[in-house]
Design a protein around this ligand. Sequence first.
Ligand SMILES: CC(C)(COP(=O)(O)OP(=O)(O)OC[C@H]1O[C@@H](n2cnc3c(N)ncnc32)[C@H](O)[C@@H]1OP(=O)(O)O)[C@@H](O)C(=O)NCCC(=O)NCCS
Length: 136
Amino acid sequence: MQIRNYKDQDFPRLVGLLKATNSYYEPLNTRENLKRKIGRDPNSIIILEDDKKLVGTVFIIYDPLCSFIYHLSLHPDYQKRGFGKKLMDEAEKRLKEAGIKKPTLFVTEDNKGVIDFYKKRGWSVMGKVFDMKKEL
Ligand SMILES: CC(C)(COP(=O)(O)OP(=O)(O)OC[C@H]1O[C@@H](n2cnc3c(N)ncnc32)[C@H](O)[C@@H]1OP(=O)(O)O)[C@@H](O)C(=O)NCCC(=O)NCCS
């Protein structure tokens, strides 16, 4: 089991993983967007690999004002084996090293069950938000 940074060649396997965990969002998760993201922040997409299989990921959105953890996903065959914890440990470590003290993450209304996973790690619920968007 290996934790490493995402590379452009991972894209098809990463999309497969995000689809398998219901985390794929086509308008944002394009190959070009991810390439630009790692071009700016090479440490911002973490991959968990098992024997050449891409089995987990977590994205970090670095910003000095408000940083986010996004797209934490473990392939269903690899859930409940401590790997989600491992990926969150790594993401939180990287944020801390970057001087970020209060990161944020979102849980969607239909995935409330996962809140307990984060609470176990010391995260707390701040409030409900409405996810709004606009085409620019
Ligand atoms: C949520 C997710 C990342 C958890 O990863 P995981 O590898 O299954 O979790 P772990 O095995 O590392 O569990 C760590 C701890 O959290 C607990 N836990 C895991 N999933 C949980 C859940 N859904 N509800 C409550 N507790 C949970 C485990 O029992 C374990 O507790 P312990 O340390 O006391 O033994 C994984 O289930 C997943 O990818 N789900 C689909 C995508 C998703 O919903 N992502 C979150 C987006 S906000």
